[in-house]
Design a protein around this ligand. Structure first.
Ligand SMILES: [Zn+2]
Length: 298
């Protein structure tokens, strides 16, 4: 068993995970994690609701924030910031919750699709507001399928591809929806994290599929304030990780890694170890930067 486990990307019940902050600390202690960061979406509440005595390792304050790059919805991670200041800063953005974001996406989709000739019912937005289908992407797929004229857009979607990543958030797809009006800009987000004294990392870049490299280059070339790249992540191949480690050298960035643990909302992913032990974040690489930023204690 590896006894130098590190995990700098995890979620609790304060966003979309199923472990409470204290349950997550208990699990981190049980597996012998050395460094942990809880990076809930748009929220630092976990840090106000935890008993740090449950975990003997190092805790790095963390957060995951949505923005958009080239019209694609992406995330950035912030670490080592002042928690109260971060809470104040993110409140200014008035992030939409999942339900409100879905409703806003329905409006953006209707406007952008119909101007491009994609067929949708006239009461598309109204119907979605009354529907019980939980997520917008599912609703959208079923609505598109009602119009045979849309087959030219939907026919060549590979079965194993996520509609959200492959179509809705892919600028090369005719079914792309530019989501940038729904999120703060990258510039605003960087200011928010830096103003709270934080360190910035680019998470799970290959989750953005065909757009991954374009987004990575855009972020690195236009935003020198970015400090690190998440090079170790459960869905990355060995080649993905090697590639990102090379990019870190080229751009003089630190490297990071984490499981993106969500508890039972992503049941095959384990804290510190990823999917079937495919994650190993080298502690020495991470300590190069975690030793230079504030740790959390209460
Ligand atoms: Zn995450």
């Amino acid at each position: 068993m590896n006894n130098n486990l590190v995990d700098l990307h995890s979620h609790t019940t304060c966003s979309d995970g199923t472990f409470t902050p204290n349950e997550l600390l208990t699990e981190a202690e049980r597996i012998g994690l050395k460094i942990l960061s809880i990076t809930d979406h748009e929220c630092v509440d976990a840090y106000f609701n935890m008993d740090t005595k449950l975990f003997s390792g190092t805790i790095i304050p963390g957060i995951e924030l949505r923005t958009s790059c080239l019209g694609v919805s992406i995330e950035l991670l912030g670490y080592g910031f002042d928690i109260k200041k971060m809470k104040e800063n993110i409140e200014k953005f008035k992030y939409l919750d999942t339900a409100a974001l879905d409703k806003y996406m329905a409006e953006l989709a209707y406007k952008q699709y119909t101007s491009r000739g994609v067929m949708l019912d006239e009461d598309f937005i109204d119907k979605f507001n009354k529907t019980n289908i939980p997520r917008f992407s599912k609703y959208l797929m079923s609505e598109l399928a009602k119009h045979p004229e849309n087959q030219k857009y939907t026919n060549d979607i590979p079965e194993n591809k996520s509609f959200f990543r492959y179509c809705m958030t892919n600028p090369n797809s005719p079914l792309f929806i530019d989501l940038s009006p729904a999120f703060p800009s990258i510039k605003d987000l960087i200011t928010c994290i830096k103003d709270a004294g934080g360190f910035i990392s680019i998470p799970h870049i290959f989750e953005y599929k065909d757009n991954a490299e374009r987004i990575l280059v855009e972020l690195l070339e236009k935003h020198p304030e970015i400090d690190a790249i998440e090079c170790f992540y459960p869905s990355f191949s060995k080649d993905n990780t090697e590639y990102l480690l090379d990019i870190c050298k080229k751009y003089n960035k630190y490297s990071s890694g984490g499981s993106d643990f969500h508890g039972m909302n992503r049941p095959s992913t384990f804290l510190g170890r990823g999917i079937e032990n495919n994650l190993y974040v080298p502690i020495d690489l991470v300590k190069k930067w975690t030793n230079t930023i504030p740790h959390f204690s209460n």
